[in-house]
Design a protein around this ligand. Structure first.
Ligand SMILES: Cc1cc2nc3c(=O)[nH]c(=O)nc-3n(C[C@H](O)[C@H](O)[C@H](O)COP(=O)(O)OP(=O)(O)OC[C@H]3O[C@@H](n4cnc5c(N)ncnc54)[C@H](O)[C@@H]3O)c2cc1C
Length: 465
């Protein structure tokens, strides 16, 4: 395939910059190299322009410029996307980072969030009112990308996916109109943004339902890698039967060489479960009793903590600028054969930060029908992600080789598709496998709201009536 680089006239660029309240950064500017950096340093894109939008009008101006000039367009929320879908070579990036306002309504138990905020800001603001919005497990992740793809994390079993708590969005469409979508207005658009990614426009504002979650009992239980098969077999049954106010994701990991981990465990490969119990505190001991009693834990480190402390507990381990290679799938069951493949590949974790996570996506996430949102795998019980991570660019290939081999061994046991937010840029077949029967409806809504596929730097839905 040949690509043509578009060069807008200098006059058009000057007029565009003059119409923006935020900065327009161009290749060669002092700020350019910093501004184009993505969270995943494995992806190195060189956009022609980065518009640091300050408000909705800036977003409208930027969309109009890209459309009129014919520039490829990318939208950047938190910039965390594994495949680097928040940027584009030779095109225009709409950078929403400055649009990060958060407003909590404690009476209505809702939180309104601008399109470029990160979850840490939401957690901080909501916690002051004893509330939380279900999101992920790392607070530096963008609200925009995480929500539009689905959003799974510590509160999924209790309160559902992030999209299950989304009440309304303001969206700037490809034709420049600003619309509000909710259960009453633009209902088809509201359906589509709850899992269909950034395909339908730039979301400048999200309205979420929040829940009374303040102090949780959380942290890891770790076991020896030699016990991994037993732990996984116990875990698959335990968590499915556990009350919804308990979530725990399973991980293969290397113990970080830092507090709060005891020195004798530093750099040891282990398996573990990171727990979040958000129910009544007086029941915590009872809920965790079977956990502490299972096998011979190397560490049972669960404690009461403010919810934002758990949400940000892993932030320092994962600063921006590392190499990341992701592979993902959904699973209905964890068969004994799948567990054997896990144990084999986990023993070969290539670097200290590389990991495999299995997130339970049952509980409240199962209360929603397969076609009520684009997230079609409501019957799946697990979202698995294999991630090779390291600071050293020379490790990029070994990380990818390990993740691909591990994924290939597990894929035959999977349900078929994967969580879009855990995928790299993997092509149409994977996107269709993920949306399954919801894909044709997404394609029709795409044809209504973005017939020219202006928003195509994403897990792309091709417009089709
Ligand atoms: C360290 C780490 C931890 C993670 N943990 C979790 C987790 O616990 N749970 C989970 O569900 N996911 C998790 N993810 C995956 C995460 O959801 C995706 O990487 C997601 O794409 C990040 O969103 P972003 O806004 O930061 O990314 P970006 O790269 O900015 O954007 C990703 C995609 O979303 C689009 N987009 C972003 N904002 C908007 C907007 N306002 N309007 C329209 N389109 C927009 C972009 O165009 C792009 O296609 C994690 C990722 C990382 C790197």
């Amino acid at each position: 395939m040949t690509t043509t680089t578009i060069h807008p006239t200098p006059e058009a660029v000057v007029a565009f910059a003059a119409n923006l309240r935020g900065d327009l950064i161009r290749a060669g500017d002092d700020a350019y190299d910093d501004a184009r950096k993505l969270y995943n340093a494995m992806i190195d894109k060189r956009p022609a322009f980065i518009a640091r939008c300050q408000d909705v009008t800036d977003v409208m101006t930027a969309i109009a410029f890209a459309r009129e000039v014919g520039l490829p367009l990318a939208v950047r929320g938190g910039g965390h996307n594994g495949g680097g879908l928040g940027s584009v070579d030779d095109g225009l990036v709409i950078d929403l980072a400055a649009m990060d306002g958060v407003r909590v309504d404690p009476e209505a138990r809702t939180v309104r969030v601008e399109g470029g905020a990160t979850w840490g800001k939401v957690d901080h603001a909501a916690h002051a009112f004893g509330l939380a919005v279900p999101s992920g497990i790392i607070s530096t992740t963008g609200v925009g990308g995480l929500t539009l793809g689905g959003g799974l994390g510590h509160l999924t079993r209790r309160h559902g996916l992030t999209i299950d708590n989304l009440l309304e969005v303001d969206v700037v469409l490809a034709d420049g109109r600003l619309v509000t979508a909710n259960e009453h207005e633009h209902r088809d658009l509201f359906w589509a943004v709850r899992g269909g990614g950034g395909n339908f426009g730039v979301v400048t504002s999200f309205l979420f339902r929040a829940h009374p979650v303040e102090t949780v009992v959380g942290g890891p239980t770790l076991w020896s890698l030699d016990d991994a098969a037993d732990v996984l077999r116990w875990y698959r049954d335990f968590i499915r039967a556990a009350p919804r106010d308990l979530t725990g994701f399973f991980a293969f990991l290397t113990v970080p060489p830092a507090p709060p981990f005891p020195e004798h465990l530093h750099r040891r490969k282990v398996c573990g479960i990171v727990w979040c119990y958000s129910g009544p505190s007086e029941r915590a001991d009872e809920v965790f009793a079977p956990v502490a009693a299972f096998g011979t834990p190397l560490l049972h480190g669960v404690h009461p903590m403010p919810f934002p402390a758990l949400q940000s507990a892993f932030d320092a381990l994962h600063p921006a600028g590392l190499q990341w290679y992701w592979r993902a799938d959904f699973f209905d069951e964890l068969s004994d054969e799948a567990i054997a493949a896990h144990v084999e590949h986990a023993a070969q974790l290539p670097t200290m930060l590389s990991t495999m996570h299995l997130y339970p996506i049952d509980g409240a996430a199962h209360d929603v029908a397969d076609d009520a949102t684009p997230w079609s795998y409501r019957d799946a019980n697990w979202a698995q992600v294999i991630v090779g991570i390291d600071p050293d660019p020379a490790m990029a290939e070994p990380l990818a080789d390990w993740a691909k081999a591990y994924w290939a061994a597990l894929h035959p046991h999977s349900s078929g598709g994967a969580y879009v937010n855990f995928m790299m840029d993997e092509g149409q077949e994977r996107v269709r496998a993920t949306y399954r029967d919801n894909y044709p409806r997404l394609a029709r809504i795409k044809a209504t709201y973005d017939p020219e596929n202006l928003f195509r730097v994403n897990q792309n839905i091709e417009p089709k009536n």
